[in-house]
Each structure stands twice: as C-alpha cells, then as structure tokens.
Design a protein around this ligand. Structure first.
Ligand code: V47
Length: 370
C-alpha cells in the first residue's frame, strides 16, 4: 500500500534536483548542498522516498544481530567519544576471546545471524588476539557471520604488528571475518579531523583500507558522524568521496549516518543535530549515494520514532536487534540497548512498511540460523 505523505518540492533548487533525477542524471556538489540546506523538508523527503521505493518498495530490512565491544581501551582519545578509556588508567576492560565467545554462545536471541564487533585501539593487544577472537566466536556459533573491526582498528593492528594491511585482512578473513562495519570514517574533512581526532588515521588511509577489503571480497559499510562542528559542505564532500570510492572498488553495502550524541564527551556543550537535520542528511545520502544500495536508519542513535520516520526519507534498513549497545549509550542515547525481533517487526509495520529479515550480505533470510 502506498502511504507516501509527500508533495512535489516548492523549493526551486530542489525542483531542479528532482528534474535531474527524473532525467537519470547524477547529482553534483551543488545539488547535494541544495538538498542538505533546503527548508523544504517534505519536498526533499518526497524525492528520497521515490528513490527508495523504486528499489525496495515498502520493504524495510533488519538483521537479528548482537553488538559486542571487546575492549574500550583506546589510545586515540577522540573528543567525540564517551566510550573509550585511556590505556594505563586501569579503568578499561578487555574481554578474553573465551569471554567474548561465551557471550555469543549464551546470546538471548533465537536465530542469531551476525555478530557486530568493534573495540578501541588498545596498545596491549597482540595481533594473535584478534585471530583468536574470531575463531572462538566461530567455534561457539559456526553459522553466525562476523562483521568486525573498523578500518581504524585494522590500521592499528598493522602498525602494532608490522604486517601490511593486506596481510592483516587476509589473515582475519581466514580466521572468520565475513564483513567490516563502517565506523571510524567520522568526517573526511582534514579541518575537522585535526580539531576533533588528530590521532586517528586520515581519510585516505580509511578509504585505502576499505578498498583493500573490497579487493579481498570483504564487503564493508561506511558512516558519517555529523551534527558537531562539521559544515554542510564537508558533509557533501564526504558523500562524494564515498561515491567515488564505490565507483572504484564497489564493496560498500550500506551507508549509516551517525548523529552526534554529546553527553559525557569533551563536546558536551554542543546540542547534537535536530530531527530535521537528521532527516535531511538521510534523504540527501539516499539521493547522492546512487551506487550504495542501503541507507540505515540506526534506531539506537535516531530514536525509534525518528527511525520509523526516516524510512520515508530514503532509509531502507533499521540495522538490528543489537542486544547490548554501548557506544551510543555511553554518550547519552535514550533508546533501549537492544530490541527483540518482534518489536523491530512491529515498529516497521506500525510505520507503514513491510519488515524483511536479512543477513550480513543483505540477502533475504528464508529460515533463521540455529
Ligand atoms: O565508529 C562514537 C561513532 C561509531 C559517538 O557498519 C559516535 O553496520 C555518535 O559505526 N555520537 C560506531 N556517534 C557505530 C558504527 C555502526 C553502528 C551500527 C552499524 C554499523 C555498520 C556501524 O559510532 C564509531 C563512531 O564513528 N561514535 N561516539 C557519539 N558520541
């Protein structure tokens, strides 16, 4: 059933974007700016919703997954992050591979499909630990797929072990790595990176590592952390950089916009983005990223109502059940730490969409994993 609530844009710049889309033309920088700065939120939503509907109809995807953070010890000290603890302070934790595996073995979820696993750059962890971690989880749940380690963690493993990134990725894949998440991209702008996270790998390294992963047939995701000190121009440049990388290497499965949560961070004086800004970013991403199939409305960071609404603004995927999310919650997220499969399905239906369970590779799941 078509429950689209939209009308054609009244903003003349947006109308021109609509014309270009109708003609099958690719959008450029100025089009992106017209989208991200328009006051015509409803008109923008209409364009984005048309696009998502042409590809996915009323389907909205989700996965039965569990998030797991193996360590919160991190030497990068990014000012937007409330999750990390400095090395050597004794305040952090690191799970042993057995502890991590037993959390997955004892997962409260029936039919767990995926483990999403990331952590800090902990200088005390040897490379062999990451291989043990993957193998222990695969032993505990052999059919579960593991989406793990951001490009930032991969670069950290390479620097600490002295091994080339390609070798690191090859060994991780052999040990059970199925896909990589999109975290750590933040904003590609050098200006923002110098100001907020000068110790993190630069944008070029993040992109190179994803390119190498794609070359090794490890699919990955991409993110944008927004709503802090970045400008609309920096957001559009970020989207265009991702689109160019995807043209070259083609392995991004999904884009996840991450609205900044300021609580308990060194940027707690900032308000974070408004609901309107979040919807504008999601809709703009749907229109600009014509070569990345899926746009996630990450319910933990959006809140449930806005995540439902985002499905009308270009998003087609709600991420998953998660079980125990930590990164957004340390920074003040008010959402639940996890949702049951039936709650996710209910939310989707209440929003006017059809819930479709997917796997890590965004294929429809016919029968859940044992
Ligand atoms: O890498 C950290 C960001 C990311 C804050 O690939 C923050 O499927 C907002 O990347 N406010 C982790 N964001 C989350 C992430 C993710 C989540 C769900 C699915 C996927 C996927 C990826 O969260 C970090 C960082 O970029 N982050 N602190 C904060 N205060």
């Amino acid at each position: 059933m078509d429950r689209s609530p939209f009308r054609k844009p009244w903003d003349p710049k947006l109308a021109l974007v609509g014309k270009k889309l109708f003609q099958g033309k690719r959008l450029g920088f100025d089009d992106g700016m017209a989208c991200l700065t328009t006051a015509d939120l409803v008109g923008l939503g209409g364009l984005a919703h048309d696009r998502r509907r042409a590809r996915f109809g009323q389907n909205a995807f989700f996965i039965v997954n569990q998030h797991l953070n193996y360590t919160n010890v991190c030497e990068n000290g990014c000012v937007f992050c409330a999750f990390h603890k400095k090395p050597g302070t004794g305040k952090g934790y690191t799970l042993s591979p057995e502890e991590a595996a037993s959390r997955i073995a004892e997962s409260p979820l029936d039919g767990l499909q995926e483990v999403h696993m990331v952590g800090g750059c902990n200088p005390d962890i040897p490379f062999g630990y990451y291989l043990d971690l993957l193998q222990a989880i695969k032993r505990a749940r052999p059919r579960v797929k593991i989406k793990a380690f951001t490009a930032v963690e991969i670069a950290h493993m390479a620097a600490a072990s002295g091994l080339p990134v390609r070798e690191i990725l090859t060994r991780l894949k052999a040990a059970g790595l199925d896909a990589m998440p999109g975290g750590g991209a933040e904003v590609f702008s050098d200006r923002v990176r110098k100001r907020l996270f000068p110790n993190k790998i630069d944008a070029r390294s993040w992109l190179e590592i994803h390119g190498l992963a794609h070359d090794l047939r490890i699919p990955t995701n991409a993110t944008l952390l927004f709503g802090h000190v970045e400008t609309p121009k920096e957001c559009i440049a970020h989207l265009l950089t991702l689109r160019e990388q995807q043209d070259r290497t083609g392995g991004f499965q999904a884009f996840i916009p991450l609205p900044f949560h300021p609580n308990r961070t060194a940027l707690s004086h900032l308000p974070g983005p408004t609901g309107v800004e979040i919807l504008r970013l999601i809709a703009t991403a749907r229109l600009m990223l014509d070569n990345i199939d899926h746009i996630k409305a990450y319910w933990v960071m959006l809140g449930l109502n806005l995540a439902q609404t985002a499905l009308y603004f270009g998003a087609d995927d709600l991420e998953g059940t998660l079980v125990h999310e930590q990164i957004a919650h340390e920074a003040g997220a008010k959402t639940e730490q996890g949702l049951t499969r039936s709650r996710l399905e209910e939310l989707t239906r209440e929003g006017g969409f059809v819930p479709v369970q997917r796997d890590t590779f965004h294929r429809r799941v016919a029968s859940p994993c044992p």
